[in-house]
Design a binder for this molecule. Sequence first.
Ligand code: ATP
Ligand code: MG
Length: 254
Amino acid sequence: MTELSSDNVKAVVAEFCDVSAAYFGDIHVLRNLSLVFRSGTVTGIIGPNGAGKSTVLKTFMGALKPRSGDIRLYGKSLAGVPNHVLALMGVAYVPQNRSLFLGLSVEDNLLLGCWPIRHDRVRTRRILDRTLTEFPMLGAARRNLAGSLSGGQRRFLEIARALLLDPKIILLDEPTAMIAPKFAADVYEKISALAAEGLAVVLVDQNIKPCIEVSNYIYVLELGQKTTEGTADFLQSDDKMREEIGRWLEVSGG
Ligand SMILES: Nc1ncnc2c1ncn2[C@@H]1O[C@H](COP(=O)(O)OP(=O)(O)OP(=O)(O)O)[C@@H](O)[C@H]1O
Ligand SMILES: [Mg+2]
């Protein structure tokens, strides 16, 4: 993976500026977190269970309101911006808890992803046709129920749905969890391809090795705080970090 150097640093798409967030009371799950997500870059977020990785993405999507600090997209605060507007602003999200309507067809699941532009039927049709061509496995299964797809096919349907409205940034929470290794390899390949097309990809992943391999830049979280950050080479050359990663791999069996 190409490392970021001063002459190929990409534009900032989104930023967490000193964000703290809590689900209830004053128990802060994110603590003074500052993160930068750049175009054409895969940013990996790793850390042990309960570190707050999913909460970062949920807070980005407005499910949690920052108690302090700010989340910005192209320099503008996202405070108070509703979820469906985020999609129109170019933010896409594939959550950790799977989000398909298993009793609906592949095509209807995609149609629901076009909800924010539902009044523009011509654009909706064009986007659907393009997506079903771009993902031939979904094209072949367009009339099948999402519930009849394999785990890997479902994951691709979720990713395809997130890409419908041409996002500028895509947030992926554990996209290779519980799918066959062949599909996992395809997902990582897709992630690299999306970054190569210029997207900012934010990858939360418990599979530390492949995450580090595919990421240009990595944040390590623990107890809602950033403990380390840097390129894959930097993290792997840091003795303390190598030891830490070794411990997580033992625990997770990764
Ligand atoms: N809906 C919720 N209500 C209250 N606390 C929550 C909720 N969701 C998560 N938490 C708590 O917030 C902390 C961070 O959780 P989060 O799900 O962000 O961690 P994570 O790093 O994504 O973990 P994992 O690797 O297990 O997915 C944990 O202590 C968790 O118990
Ligand atoms: Mg999580």
